[in-house]
Design a protein around this ligand. Structure first.
Ligand code: MF3
Ligand code: CO
Ligand code: CO
Length: 257
């Protein structure tokens, strides 16, 4: 790893902050009656007006500025004229590019009043991500990250999606290594200072199998069970980690008010 990673970190901080601020910005709009297209439009304009560019737009033919994954959608949901309804749970995933570097982050949102089942899933998904983040430091291995997430959620009888994973990220959107959200302790690549990647566990109430819809993007749970996800972009420092995509408003878990 290039030991001159501080410049890279500085750029990741800026891109990560804009991505997180974009989620902060769209938060008050995410409520019953609003379409996911509306959230997409606010995201596009906010990132553009703040010196960045939305990475999903035109990425491999994707036609929107963010992903909106509702209920049993695991990830890569496409914004549409679908109106958010009381009881829905929604993941909004924003990726901003600033000065050539990427910040990628997602959070869950409650639409109106959600079920206890949904709330528990969201809480566990967030906690699994944070458990994995808290162990990050040079010398641990990628398998340790997966183990933290998998052991925590499987104990609650949830499942970890296998078909999608976290990823290296810096001046490209998706780069090696893959960050699997399941795994065994002390296996896989060792973490080194300067590495930058996402942790973005997708956790299902039912089985882990996914199915891709005909639009070529939307991934749903095969058994139609609810799915939740959170995502942060992080860097490994000399003795720990830095989260680049922390909310400026201290939003962590819904509800955010
Ligand atoms: N933001 C997603 C991720 O976490 C990738 C979305 S790609 C898109 O890696 F094209 F669907 F937007
Ligand atoms: Co990502
Ligand atoms: Co993302």
């Amino acid at each position: 790893m290039n030991n001159n990673y501080l410049e890279k970190f500085e750029k990741m901080r800026v891109a990560g902050k804009l991505a997180a601020q974009t989620l902060d910005e769209v938060t008050p709009f995410i409520k019953p009656g609003v379409t996911t297209n509306k959230i997409d439009k606010i995201c596009y304009e906010y990132i553009r007006d703040n010196g960045g560019y939305s990475a999903p737009l035109f990425y491999r033919g994707f036609k929107n500025s963010l992903c909106t994954s509702l209920n049993h959608v695991i990830c890569h949901g496409i914004p549409s004229e679908r109106v958010l309804e009381d009881g829905d749970i929604l993941n909004v995933d924003v990726t901003a590019i600033v000065d050539g570097y990427y910040g990628d982050t997602s959070r869950m949102f409650n639409i109106g009043k959600i079920s206890v089942k949904a709330k528990n899933l969201i809480d566990a998904t967030y906690q699994s991500m944070m458990n994995a983040i808290k162990i990050l430091k040079p010398g641990i291995k990628l398998g340790d990250i997966g183990y933290e997430i998998q052991s925590y959620v499987e104990e609650k009888n949830y499942s970890v999606v296998r078909d999608f994973c976290g990823h290296g990220i810096s001046n490209t959107f998706h780069e090696p290594p893959n960050i699997l959200h399941y795994g065994k302790k002390n296996t896989g690549v060792e973490l080194k200072p300067g590495m930058t990647f996402t942790i973005e566990p997708m956790i299902n109430i039912g089985k882990y199998e996914s199915k891709l819809l005909n639009d070529g993007w939307t991934a749903v749970t095969k058994d139609k069970s609810l799915s939740a996800q959170f995502e942060h972009t992080l860097g490994i420092t000399e003795n720990g980690y830095e989260i680049f995509t922390e909310s400026v408003k201290n939003y962590t878990l819904p509800p955010y008010n």
